[in-house]
Ligand binder design. Structure first.
Ligand code: ZN
Length: 462
């Protein structure tokens, strides 16, 4: 008997965890953290509906926290087997989870010290020690190579685009004489992106688990280069400082490469770009080590004038260098994390500059509900950063068109090569309205049966 259980990213976008059971074999696909609203985050602390010690293999699609952020916890709870992922994903995982553990420990310590917790003691979901203990289990597997879990289950990775190393997973499960093929989309990227490879054609399968983050939306056709050109030209003219909050892995490299290319093509004046994030600097090294996994030519990551290594780009690891930026006069661009202004060095820059009308804050990408990024986007006039009230006098702009997720047209385009209708297409990794919208598109355009599983629902794959 083959069953599939949806223990995360079911009618929500985080906490991806799908348990595939093939007779006695159990494989967990993705192991993400629940993020966002409190009631969703609390799921991270509830007991798992399965015993991790009984799982035979863990397969990871890509290194975003909503797909990997529960790994040190699941190993602490007893999972001892291999954790398969592509080689760049291994490295990003190490970087990202070490950082996540450190932040959680610091945060718990701060909450306990300031008595800010509702609990007796604030605890991290996992510690640096838990993370270090888990890392030896990470097992790299190349794209397009079949990897056996055992005689009944094997899998291979297909390029999903989205972020460095991101994969869709094709699984072949053997139940006696019967062979069932299942494809897990992972997060599907976009076509023609300057940074990531295009998603690869999906194989023919019996069952499909498809993400629906933007299942109900189309991305605006706005070309980000044009918006950046205008914004930076203005900033240079006004001698102002442009602050860009950005995720350290992927988004920072995407923006920096775009800016340096615009300088090189003389579409904007030469302006200094400060990347103030130790993690972004380390992540750039990972891009350098995996040249075939993305579209940035190697010379653009090295010491060339149109590159991350350009004279215009200043990489800042140390806190001292970060503090020095407080005295910086424009024109200049500061890129720092976190992307949604939920923490990190960007908050110090914001504290220093948000009440200065010569500052422009450019928000790129998705700002989740309740984050400082979302509140500024909605035009809040006064905010508090580290408990210090500040008037918002800086200009706040929203730059769209840089999403790393396919919209529904791109998802339908990605699905085109699947000519035979899968027996069932499960729509996951989206809010309910997005899943429903994508289900409708798939029904009307392809006439495929679809299903939107509930959290912890189990379905038999017959
Ligand atoms: Zn993702």
């Amino acid at each position: 008997m083959i069953t599939l259980s949806f223990h995360g990213a079911a009618r929500t976008v985080t906490g991806s965890k799908y348990l595939l059971t093939v007779n006695d074999t159990r494989v967990l696909i993705d192991c993400g953290m629940f993020q966002g609203r409190r009631e969703i985050r609390q799921r991270n602390w509830q007991p798992l509906p399965f015993d991790p010690a009984t799982v035979d293999a863990l397969i990871i699609t890509h290194a975003h926290v909503d797909h990997i952020g529960y790994l040190p916890r699941v190993t602490k709870l007893g999972y001892t087997g291999p954790i398969y992922m592509t080689p760049p994903t291994v490295e990003i995982c190490e970087l990202s989870l070490r950082d996540s553990a450190r932040i959680q420990e610091e945060d718990a310590e701060y909450r306990n010290r300031k008595k800010l917790t509702r609990h007796a003691v604030a605890l991290p979901l996992f510690t640096e020690e838990d993370t270090e203990a888990m890392l030896p289990q990470l097992t790299p597997v190349l794209f397009d190579q079949w990897q056996e879990v055992n005689d009944d289950v094997r899998f291979r990775f297909h390029i999903a685009g989205h972020v460095l190393g991101a994969a869709s997973v094709e699984i072949e499960a053997r139940d006696g004489e019967r062979v069932v093929r299942i494809l897990f989309s992972g997060d599907v990227g976009r076509y023609g992106n300057r940074l990531t490879n295009d998603p690869e054609e999906p194989p023919q399968v019996d069952y499909l688990v498809c993400e629906s983050t933007y299942g109900g939306r189309l991305h605006p056709v706005m070309v980000p280069e044009f918006a950046f050109t205008d914004l930076i030209t203005e900033a240079v003219k006004d001698k102002s400082v442009l602050l860009i909050p950005a995720f350290a892995i992927g988004r920072t490299q995407q923006i920096t490469t775009m800016i340096t290319q615009l300088i090189c093509e003389e579409r904007i004046p030469a302006v200094d770009v400060y990347i103030d994030s130790p993690m972004a600097v380390s992540a750039t090294d990972i891009y350098r080590r995996f040249p075939s996994y993305h579209k940035i030519p190697p010379e653009e990551l090295g010491g060339n004038s149109c590159s991350m290594g350009s004279d215009q780009v200043h990489l800042i690891r140390k806190r001292k260098g970060s503090k020095k930026l407080n005295d910086l006069d424009g024109p200049a661009i500061i890129i720092s994390s976190s992307g949604m202004l939920t923490g990190g060095r960007i908050l110090h820059h914001l504290l220093n500059r948000i009440d200065d009308p010569r500052t422009t804050l450019a928000l790129v990408g998705y700002m989740a509900e309740g984050t400082l990024g979302r509140r500024l986007l909605e035009g809040e006039g006064e905010i508090a950063i580290h408990k210090q009230p500040k008037k918002v006098r800086a200009r706040v702009v929203n730059l769209t068109g840089m999403s790393g997720h396919a919209d529904y047209n791109e998802l339908l385009h990605w699905l085109e090569p699947i000519t035979q209708a899968p027996q069932m297409t499960f729509l996951t990794h989206g809010e309910l309205d997005s899943c429903e919208a994508l289900a409708e598109h798939i029904r009307s355009e392809r006439n495929w049966p679809t299903m939107i599983p509930e959290i912890d629902q189990t379905v038999e794959l017959v």
